[in-house]
Design a protein around this ligand. Structure first.
Ligand code: ADE
Length: 363
């Protein structure tokens, strides 16, 4: 009910903005630069307000290297010191190291490299993620430091996240955090997702494995690049219509007819909530993808993990509403989680306590 109220308020604000949008359009159009016009043509025909940044798909550029120039900074490789290999990506090794920035102190970075022998298409797909990341500036979105494209190896340099990916981090620290700490992580992810949805960016592969955690437990959304991301994701499986989709994390309408939207990202966010509250348990355990799809269609939803407050399981269930327009917006989720953090007593009733109480009441 609470989330529903917030949602109504948000919709009123949206419709006021919409009517203003129509009246001001002539003025905005007159003031638009060529770049603004190009941006506008990709926002479902809606003219953005000047000053409100929207995401530009690098694929809308005739020459995608132009998007790299526009949205990223070229780094002189002599400023980078590679220290260790920390993983393997689809295009090459991922390393940790240090970056010297003029006038600033050295910072820890992660460096994604493009291995030699690539074809032009691979280089373009590799740098696509940097062109997307370079457009974002938010404390809960992984920060792009820059790229190396004028010398070999080609590299993408991002901020270093000491605790790695959220799924493995939680599995390694099973039961170690307070509910407030877990809600703090979820609040950060929701805030990053609110920023992305405000920018008009749909992630499509939101999952704990694609969230990175730093030494202060700050969670940041990472892994951008749509189709490439799904190619790279071992969880993504081919559907009957030929798409590659991480079934357990994906909303039914996105699986059935590829209707990806911020509302389908909200469904995935509910699954991330469940992953966090269960310390990295696999959603739907060992059920097959086909069984997951059929169970969801029949109305089955994941039960609350052990120790999960009722308020959080209720929020998950809101995110998993079949009708996508009934799901909460990320702004509603952030507001709701903020209220829980400010009033921790709301987190006291646990799902298993309520269930035990009901059993006793029946006896
Ligand atoms: N693995 C992939 N990206 C990373 C990052 N930015 N920091 C730490 N580990 C990572």
């Amino acid at each position: 009910v609470h989330i529903f109220k917030i949602s109504i308020k948000h919709n009123i604000v949206s419709s006021i903005s919409l009517s203003m949008c129509c009246r001001c359009q002539w003025y905005i159009k007159a003031k638009m630069t060529a770049e603004d016009k190009r941006r506008a043509s990709y926002q479902n025909g809606l003219v953005p307000f000047p000053g409100i940044k929207t995401y530009v798909d690098p694929d809308t550029y005739e020459d995608p290297t132009q998007a790299v120039h526009e949205f990223t900074k070229e780094i002189d490789p002599c400023r980078i010191r590679i220290e260790r290999v920390i993983g393997a990506g689809e295009f090459g090794e991922v390393c940790s190291g240090r970056l010297r920035t003029p006038g600033k102190k050295e910072i820890a970075v992660a460096i994604k490299t493009l291995k030699g022998g690539y074809v032009e298409r691979q280089r373009r797909d590799f740098l696509r993620e940097a062109s997307i990341m370079g457009q974002f500036d938010h404390p809960n979105i992984i920060r792009l430091e820059g790229v190396v494209t004028k010398s070999r190896p080609v590299m993408i340099v991002v901020e270093y996240m000491e605790n790695g990916s959220l799924d493995s981090f939680l599995r390694q620290h099973d039961g170690h955090f307070t509910v407030i700490q877990l809600v703090g992580m979820l609040r950060g992810i929701a805030s990053g997702m609110k920023y992305l949805s405000d920018m008009g960016y749909v992630h499509r592969d939101l999952a704990a494995r694609n969230i990175l955690v730093n030494s202060n437990l700050v969670c940041k959304v990472s892994d951008f690049g749509l189709s490439r991301v799904l190619e790279d994701d071992p969880e993504a499986a081919y559907t009957t219509t030929g798409g590659k989709i991480p079934i357990r994390w994906t909303a039914p309408e996105a699986i059935a007819y590829r209707k990806f939207s911020s509302a389908s990202d909200t469904w995935s966010y509910g699954i991330v909530m469940w992953e966090v509250m269960s310390y990295g348990e696999r959603p739907y355990w060992e059920m097959s993808n086909q069984d997951v799809i059929l169970s969801i269609e029949e109305g089955y939803r994941l039960p609350a993990p052990l120790g999960c407050p009722v308020a959080l399981h209720q929020l998950m269930l809101h995110c998993w509403q079949k009708e996508r327009s009934h799901r909460p917006k990320f702004v509603d989720i952030v507001t709701f989680l903020d209220k829980l953090i400010r009033n921790p007593s709301c987190l006291m009733p646990l799902v298993e306590d309520i269930q035990r109480y009901k059993r006793v009441a029946l006896l």
